[in-house]
Design a protein. Structure first.
Ligand code: SF4
Ligand code: SF4
Ligand code: SF4
Length: 388
């Protein structure tokens, strides 16, 4: 083959590749749009549901198309993930302002036993319920079962992908880590002790929950309580609680991520982290590295916000099991060596993963958006939590 034939051959190959990529992006966008209109629009059978379904189908189709066509995942994912957190926070806060008269959580509300339960409490509330037969969170067992099944379905499908695509709380440290242009405090990686810390911390919380029948984490430690159900502050004890929540929030959710460009809360503290990681072993999706393509530049390790890529894992062609499937390392890799693969194989599953992640993100977010739209139109708010 002479050089002009070879050039023509390579131009034809590039054209075919582009056509194939366009076809895949269009078909995937169509599937995402169809699923969204079916899941959101089909539900109520009302005009409102149909319009909402159509809106989210267009948005979902556009996001899916953009991700697959450009090959860049992180920016659209950020919009979806942080958007979910913002819409949830707005709807949740308005719900409490209207139904309880304040976003603050008072002793009277706790005594009423109808506090909204969040998925993060599942790993220590369920053991206490199973072992001691006591519901240690002020909510009904029915709500706990409902939220547990909801979370478990997604955790089985996405594993820690929940933590970069679906969790309504993860957008907090994510937004702060993203807002930082560059790290002012360089954190290169986690030592073995810090890697094990979340697992030891969860074990401690479970032991405390089972032995004392109290949700120590919710009562005293959860940094997310700077925004969600902050305590009403009247007594010295409540002041102390507030100081702990604010301190934890500043270190792990806001200040720390702004300084380090790492998602500190979601890498070190959250009780759902270890459980999502363990259950994630059953997920069909993996992020794999092709060691034959990798030139060891280390960029993937540097940009990973959850310390989930290391030189050792890369050499073994994989990420750490805590990987949240965010796609940031894929976007930065100059060799195109990292991608979503089917568990135990080298089969690429990027379109399937992206369709499902976008569809489920928007499916959950649509509930918050619809509650907000309903509030703007009627002044009334629908419950977005199933609890009070
Ligand atoms: S680590 Fe916890 S708060 Fe962070 S995204 Fe995962 S479940 Fe949500
Ligand atoms: S960014 Fe790509 S090429 Fe660089 S070390 Fe990571 S996998 Fe290898
Ligand atoms: S290893 Fe890659 S996909 Fe996994 S969390 Fe880190 S940057 Fe995201």
């Amino acid at each position: 083959m002479d050089s002009s034939e070879s050039n023509e051959h390579s131009a034809t190959q590039t054209r075919h590749r582009l056509q194939k990529s366009l076809r895949t992006s269009l078909v995937s966008a169509g599937i995402a749009a169809f699923l969204l209109i079916f899941l959101i629009g089909g539900g109520g059978g009302t005009t409102e549901a149909l319009i909402t379904g159509l809106f989210f189908a267009i948005v979902g189709g556009a996001f899916t198309f953009r991700i697959l066509r450009t090959g860049k995942i992180n920016t659209p994912r950020l919009i979806l993930f942080v958007g979910m957190m913002l819409t949830f926070t707005a709807a949740y806060s308005i719900q409490h302002e209207i139904t309880r008269g304040s976003i603050l959580l008072t002793d009277e509300i706790i005594a009423g036993g109808n506090v909204a339960i969040c998925p993060i409490t599942i790993p220590f509330v369920i053991p206490a319920l199973v072992i001691r037969g006591e519901m240690i969170f002020p909510a009904s067992v029915q709500t706990l079962i409902w939220i547990s099944l909801f979370w478990l379905g997604f955790a089985l499908l996405f594993g820690r992908g929940w933590c970069s695509w679906l969790c309504f709380f993860g957008g907090v440290d994510q937004a702060c880590a993203t807002a930082a242009k560059r790290p002012r405090l360089e954190m290169k990686g986690l030592s073995r002790t810090w890697r094990l810390f979340p697992y030891a911390f969860l074990l401690f919380l479970i032991l405390v929950a089972v032995s004392t029948l109290r949700p120590l984490y919710c009562e005293w430690l959860c940094p997310l309580r700077i925004a969600y159900d902050p305590p009403a502050v009247n007594t010295t004890l409540e002041w102390l609680m507030a100081v702990i929540f604010i301190g934890g929030g500043m270190v792990f959710l806001i200040g720390g991520p702004l300084l380090t460009k790492k998602r500190l809360y979601c890498s070190l503290i959250c009780p759902l982290l270890p459980v999502n990681t363990i259950i994630g072993n059953l997920s069909p999706f993996r992020v794999k590295v092709d060691p034959n393509r990798c030139n060891d530049c280390g960029k993937c390790e540097k940009v990973c916000e959850t310390f989930s890529m290391t030189a050792e894992s890369r050499k073994q062609g994989k990420t750490m099991t805590e990987c949240t499937r965010c796609g940031r390392c894929m976007d930065i890799c100059p060799q195109g060596a990292i991608d979503y693969r089917l568990i135990g194989t080298s089969v690429g599953v990027r379109p399937i993963f992206v369709i499902l992640a976008v569809v489920f993100n928007l499916l959950i977010m649509s509930g918050f958006v619809m509650a907000l739209v309903h509030f703007l139109l009627t002044g009334e708010i629908r419950s977005v939590t199933g609890g009070g």
